[in-house]
Every structure is written in C-alpha cells, then in structure tokens.
Design a protein around this ligand. Structure first.
Ligand SMILES: Cc1ncc(COP(=O)(O)O)c(C=O)c1O
Length: 441
C-alpha cells in the first residue's frame, strides 16, 4: 500500500474538498458534528451561530422535526423508484405543491439534484424549446458578468466569475455576457439601488451584434448571491424582461439562492414583480437536507414539447435521481414547515431590523460598502494590498473562533441566515462581526 493511502478512518487526505483551500483546512480543520435550530456544534463541542443557513440553503434552520421524520419514513417505505418511465406519488405531489407556491405562469416542474443541474436543464430546455417550435437557429445563451450559475459547463459558460471559468478551457460557444450591475454610485444602498437600470439596455447591443433570431435565452440571478450580493437596481429586471419579450428571447431567473423566502415570498420573481419564462431552484427546496433542484416552466414551454406520437419521449434529458422519493418527501415536509411557520414572511417582518444591523457596520475599519435585501447582506472590505481575499478570510476565521459562521467571497462577507433567526441572533451576528472588524489587520 502506498504511504499516501489513508491509515485511519478519520484521515483527512482522501476527501478532496470542494471550493476549499484543502491544504490549509487539513492543517487546521473546522468540523461540524451536529446542528439544531440556528446553531451548529463543532467537533470540540462549541456552538456556532449559523449566519449563512449552511450554504444559503437551510432556510428553516437545522434538524427540523417534520423534515427529519419525512426522510426516515420515506426511506423505510419506498427508498428508490426508477426516474425514467416509472413514477411514484411523492414526486407528483411535490411538483404540484411547488407550482402552488410559484408565480402564476409557472405550471410545470422538472426535477434535478442541484442548482448546477437545474441551470444545465433550463439552458437545454431553452434551446430545445425553440427547436421544437421550428426556430432552431436560436441557440445563443446570454449570461452576465459576475453571475454564478453553478459549476457545470453550461453554468460556467453563462456565468461570469473569472476563477470559475479560466481554468476550464474554451467553455460553450455561442455565449455572450451582459455587464454586471455593481456600480460605485450605489455604495451603502439600503435595499434596491437607484442607479443602473439602463445597464439592462446592453442586451439591445448584444441583440444588434448577434441578431436576436440567434438568441435562445438570457439567464440571470435576480439578485446575484455567490459573487458577493449584488442587488438589482430598481427597474433593471423589468427592462431585461421587456427586451427579451420584444425579441422572442426566453428569460431564465436562477433562483437557487433567492427562492424559498430569502428575500420574502416564495420566489424573487414575485417579490420583484417581474416574470421570467423559467425559474431554476435548489437549496431551500429541501432545506438543504437532501440534494434536490428543480426547473419551473410555463405551460407554453412545456406544451411546445408535447407533440408527436405519444409513445415517444418528448425531452431527452433527466437524471437517475430526478424526483428521488426521499428528496421528494423532504421537499414536501420542507414546504409544509415554511408554510406552518410563516417563514416566507420573515424577511419582510425582520427586514428593517436586519437592514439597520447591516448598516451599523458602516464606518468600521476596512468597510467600503454595505448592502442588504430581505435576509441577505453583503459587507465589502477593502482588500489587503497585494493579497486579495486574505482580509475577508481572516474575518471568517476570527468570527468562527468567536462562535459565528459567516461566508466570504473575494473580500465580501455574505450573510444569509436561516429565516427562523431572532433579533437576539441578529445582534450577536453583527456584534461579533463588528468586534472582529475593529481588530482586523
Ligand atoms: C444562483 C445559483 N445557481 C446555481 C448554483 C449551484 O448550485 P449547486 O451548488 O447546488 O450546484 C448556486 C449555488 O450557490 C447559485 O447560487
């Protein structure tokens, strides 16, 4: 056996961790071993306040009884059913419930296992939809600078985060990008910024360049999360919608983060009152407990495929675990938990308190911007000279040592707590961050 083979069950070398500085982590691991409500428990037995809902996903908090029971029962009843040419009741029930809470035009659900897969699915449906309607020249996909749409090839092609793209070759062809909306005029804005709606007009330039008849879809996050919380300027999303409609281009909202109450309501489309043609989601769909994602579509898109002989498969796409029984049961229990506890109202009810707490950090050392929407915050720090990301990461480590989990992306602190958060937790979260910022190098 090579001396690189693990020698003990708790050897850390075999697991190649995702989006992690592996060598640094393994020298000084941060391990969670339990979670309940708003808190994680570390391997050392310390409680850590969850300021990020895991990875923007545990919107109902942790170890929620209904979800735990649903998973246990489903595993004991029907563990797996083939996803192709067979069905099981829970997947249909969850699809119906999702349509029930989704904005009016969304009538159909295609299940996936992650946000990345939801994005790939939506992009493929967009291209295949145009073809099904006899408009096969519409194949181009338009994303946005700084956009995050997961890590698969379609997603990183339409995405706009440089590090996620530059290592992986030429990516998909036929992709173009809108400019991002993060402009200096909007610093320290509370809620949606005033400036920047006209950035959407760049889509007209892209249409003029490629001709709209070649463009299948535009995909954007209604609020860009993973790139560091970029909140859409007032009027921006509607402008995108109008230009897409004018040119027959589908608009996809990637709501993997904004779905399920994060900014109030079930989906951001409803909160912003701008309707896309497809919505991608994941994360909060099962409270992050079991991998699952979904693409919601209009009847127009779905029905375009429902032609030809009825014995033929209409869409050559799907995953072994699409609508998996245990994930479906978790999804139903999650949606019930959200409804029973009124969690989609929390972002609204706590919004002002949250906003004031976010902006209380203005004026502290290194803070060059604070922004907020719903129960989301972005706190941007001045990068250390010659060491981008180092300052925010140091803040992350110090907060963790002080019992608070935050997330950083570049030099931006991104916060997105479970929607069950109480005011006392908000005080603790921002009090700890303030203390850390005061001493940060
Ligand atoms: C907007 C958006 N799309 C897609 C994804 C990818 O989701 P996953 O990590 O489940 O593949 C994410 C993850 O953060 C996201 O924020």
């Amino acid at each position: 056996m090579s001396d690189r083979k693990p020698t003990a069950p708790n050897d850390l070398s075999a697991f190649w961790m995702p989006f992690t500085a592996n060598r640094q982590f393994k020298k000084s691991p941060r391990m969670f071993v339990a979670a309940e409500g708003m808190h994680y428990t570390t391997a050392e037995g310390r409680k850590v306040l969850d300021g990020t809902a895991g990875l923007w996903c545990c919107n109902a908090g942790h170890k929620r009884p209904k979800i735990v029971e649903a998973i246990q029962q489903q595993a004991a009843e029907l563990d797996y059913a083939p996803a192709f040419q067979m069905g099981h009741p829970k997947a249909f029930e969850l699809a119906n419930r999702l349509v029930g809470i989704a904005p009016e035009p969304m009538e159909h659900v295609f299940f996936t296992n992650s946000g990345s897969e939801s994005v790939e699915t939506a992009l493929k449906i967009a291209i295949a939809y145009h073809r099904a309607r006899g408009d096969a020249s519409r194949t181009r996909l338009i994303g946005r600078e700084r956009g995050y749409h997961g890590v698969n090839f379609g997603g990183i092609s339409v995405g706009g985060i440089v590090n996620n793209r530059k290592h992986f070759g030429a990516l998909l062809t036929g992709v173009d990008h809108l400019p991002h909306t993060h402009i200096p005029e909007n610093q320290f804005t509370r809620g949606q910024p005033e400036h920047g709606a006209t950035l959407a007009d760049d889509l007209e330039r892209i249409c003029a360049l490629h001709d709209p008849s070649t463009i299948a879809a535009v995909i954007v996050e209604p609020m860009a999360g993973s790139t560091g919380v970029l909140i859409p300027p007032k009027g921006y999303l509607q402008r995108l919608r109008d230009i897409c409609s004018k040119h027959g281009i589908l608009l996809i909202f990637d709501e993997v983060i904004t779905g399920f109450g994060r900014i109030g309501g079930a989906f951001a489309a409803e909160t912003f009152d701008v309707m896309p043609d497809m919505i991608t989601c994941a994360k909060g769909l099962t409270n992050g407990v079991i991998p699952m994602g979904a693409v919601l579509t209009t009847a127009d898109i779905h029905d375009a495929f429902m032609t030809g002989p009825e014995n033929l498969i209409e869409l050559f796409h799907g995953y072994t675990y699409s609508g998996n029984p245990i994930a479906s049961a978790a999804g139903i229990a999650t949606l019930e938990t959200y409804a029973e506890e009124g969690l989609f109202d929390r972002a609204h009810d706590l919004g002002q308190y949250w906003e004031d707490a976010v902006h209380s950090l203005r004026g502290l050392p290194h803070v060059i911007d604070c922004r907020n929407l719903g129960l989301i915050a972005g706190i941007e720090l001045e990068p250390m000279a010659g060491k981008p990301t180092a300052r925010a990461f140091e803040a992350f480590l110090r907060c963790y040592d002080k019992g608070v989990l935050i997330r950083t992306t570049g030099d931006i602190i991104a916060l997105s707590p479970p929607l069950i958060i109480e005011k006392s937790h908000i005080d603790e979260l921002f009090g700890t961050i303030a203390d850390v910022l005061k001493d940060l190098p």
